[in-house]
Design a binder for this molecule. Structure first.
Ligand code: TUI
Length: 312
């Protein structure tokens, strides 16, 4: 499955594992990289030393390319950005903001830079700033999201920039990958399906919720505060949306979500915690190893794309 993305990143399959907060640590990321995809460590709100330690553990477990996702709203983003250079991380992806001020420093260090964007304007801006590729993340995705769905975002971004586009949001099987390529993507990023893999360290309750989720089981909280976040519906989303509907303040709403992701991932509190997941949760029916998942996805997509001119 050779594409511009496999060539750019030096990986076998054009499949990237999302750098999910609290979920994407070195056990998961190294399994994905060893299986021929690109594993990402999610720096989220973690301090720089935690990220450095994760990167070093990653290097012990794989000699394949890997990356770190930097969540730009994090108070430690500046420090984590420097760790990328010091530890010679091969690939950096960014989310939830504009990484422009770091791109020069990363490019100088030979790092491949791939911002996650949710609009055409941001994709063009990232290309001008020197990004090597962009992840076009549609609003089917889990966690912090934009407004536009993958189906319409990916082709518009693919038309607007010369750099390769990686599609994300709503992709959980080979059909989704084939569709993304038809829309102009050269690779895909997936989060939700990787949460239920054997190597992913999240609490069993979290995996269970994803495996049992139906098509209509996600909710988006925080649209009124400007921080829309998609998660599986539960007591927390129900109370949040009720309060949000009554015009509650940002502070009042924050109390409900603060630490909610950690509570769900680490403690397995899937009732009052935040079980972030994408709409593709309804398509995720089975746990398996990262290698089995990646090989299954690649085989399905290849079968569908046979005879097209997608691969180089
Ligand atoms: O970042 C994500 N997904 C995330 S981050 C996260 S941690 C968190 N937890 C609780 C509340 C808030 C965050 C959980 N999930 N995806 C990448 C992504 N980036 N989606 C959308 C964007 C984005 C949005 C605006 C990228 C750029 C952007 O630009 C704004 C600007 O500065 O113009």
């Amino acid at each position: 499955m050779k594409t511009e993305i496999t060539k750019l990143l030096g990986i076998r399959y054009p499949i990237i594992q999302g750098g999910m907060a609290w979920v994407a640590e070195y056990h998961l990321a190294s399994a994905v990289s060893n299986a021929g995809g690109l594993g990402l460590i999610g720096a989220a709100n973690a301090p720089a030393d935690w990220v450095r330690d994760q990167v070093r553990k990653m290097k012990e477990l794989t000699d394949k390319p890997f990356g770190v996702n930097i969540m730009l709203m994090s108070p430690s983003a500046d420090e984590v950005a420097k760790v990328m250079v010091e530890e010679k991380v091969p690939v950096v992806t960014t989310g939830a903001g504009n990484p422009e001020k770091y791109i020069g420093m990363w490019k100088e260090a030979g790092i491949k830079v791939i911002p996650v964007v949710a609009s055409v304007a941001m994709a063009k801006r990232m290309e001008r700033a020197g990004a090597d590729a962009v992840v076009a993340e549609g609003s089917e995705a889990g966690g912090h999201i934009g407004e536009t769905t993958t189906m319409v975002l990916v082709p518009q971004i693919a038309d607007a920039v010369q750099i390769p586009v990686i599609a994300a949001g709503g992709i959980a099987d080979g059909r989704g990958i084939a569709a993304a390529f038809m829309l102009g993507a050269k690779g895909v990023q997936m989060g939700t399906h990787f949460v239920v893999t054997d190597e992913c360290q999240v609490h069993e309750n979290y995996k269970e919720r994803i495996l049992r989720a139906k098509d209509i089981d996600t909710r988006v909280t925080g649209r009124s505060t400007g921080h829309p976040v998609r998660a599986l519906r539960n007591e927390m989303t129900r109370r949040y949306l009720e309060l949000e509907g009554k015009g509650a303040s940002f502070e009042e709403l924050e109390l409900l979500t603060l630490g909610g992701l950690r509570k769900a991932v680490v403690e397995g509190d899937v009732k009052t915690g935040s079980v972030m997941a994408g709409q593709s949760a309804g398509m995720v029916k089975e746990s398996m190893s990262c290698r089995a998942l990646i090989e299954k996805l690649a085989a399905e997509a290849e079968e569908l794309l046979k005879g097209t001119k997608i691969y180089e």
